[in-house]
Design a protein around this ligand. Structure first.
Ligand code: DGL
Length: 277
């Protein structure tokens, strides 16, 4: 006979699953570690197939379901879709399919932007798939019908981040070109609608006016994860055993190298796994 109390305690100690197409979700991991230090994390970065953002919705959904199945098999208690592209085209599907709570990045970022913006003129940048899906304008307008959203796809930024070109003049020039059409729209707030972009926040802030506030959805998402876990009684109260495990579908060494630069410390547990069967 299974003891329900023991079962609940065991479930609390299960890891959180974090999913991104590559390195970008590490910006969410960084925030989770800060805000939820007791929680163990299992990360999956689909480095064999990154970027997702210039692929079609069907392909992104197929890849996403494979990753979610893999994370479920690892016994995670909740899944964070630390990717705007997947959150834009597959969040509902994943929520319907997965037998556990799933948190995406779009709504937390949209809420934070609404909170910050005075002019209600909000810019959003993301991958082609994220911008095409139109989830940011839809959610922002459902929360406040007076908001005007100006969206811009920036497809070259993810490969630059995956290469670790975070403060290169090339990245700055490309960001300048992408952001130029947004600036005359007098936005007072810019949503980084891709989890890779917080890694080039400094570069992005160089090419926009100083009075435009930047919304980093990684921070907001970690707060939302805490709220959901609190509500569902999933927070781990055991303070001694948090672990991290990182799975990638290709090039673990390169992931380790760039991740170390991003997180400021070496990642010890990086493993390669094939989920494409
Ligand atoms: N980090 C992902 C996002 O937030 C996108 C990266 C990709 O294009 O694969 O949209």
């Amino acid at each position: 006979v299974t003891d329900p109390l023991r079962q609940a305690a065991n479930q609390k100690e299960q890891p959180i699953g974090v999913f991104d197409s590559g390195l970008g979700g590490l910006t969410v991991v960084r925030q989770l570690q800060e805000q939820l230090p007791n929680e163990s994390i299992i990360y999956f970065g689909d480095t064999a197939r990154v970027p997702y953002g210039n692929k079609g919705a069907e392909t992104i959904r197929r890849f996403s379901l494979q990753v979610v199945r893999f994370l479920e098999e690892q016994g995670v208690k909740l899944i964070v879709i630390a990717c705007n592209t997947v959150s834009s085209v597959a969040l509902e599907l994943i929520q319907e399919t997965a037998g556990l709570p799933v948190v995406g990045v779009i709504e937390p970022g949209a809420r934070a932007a609404l909170h910050l913006s005075n002019s209600k003129r909000i810019g959003v940048i993301g991958t082609i798939a994220t911008i095409a899906a139109g989830k940011y304008p839809a959610i922002l307008n459902s929360l406040d019908s007076e908001v005007k959203v100006f969206a811009q796809a920036c497809p070259l930024l993810v490969p630059l981040v995956e290469e670790g070109w975070l403060d290169s003049p090339v990245t700055e020039e490309i960001a300048r070109i992408y952001l130029a059409p947004l600036l005359p729209q007098k936005i007072d707030c810019l949503i980084l609608g891709c989890t890779h972009y917080p890694l080039i926040k400094t570069t992005i802030s160089k090419v926009i006016n100083g009075n435009i506030q930047i919304v980093d959805s990684a921070i907001e998402t970690a707060l939302e994860v805490r709220r959901v876990m609190q509500r569902q009684g999933l927070l781990n109260d055991n303070t001694s055993r948090a672990t991290q495990l990182f799975y990638v579908s290709d090039f673990p060494q390169k992931f380790e190298e760039v991740a170390q630069r991003l997180l400021g410390r070496p990642l010890v547990n990086v493993k390669q796994v094939n989920i494409d069967d």
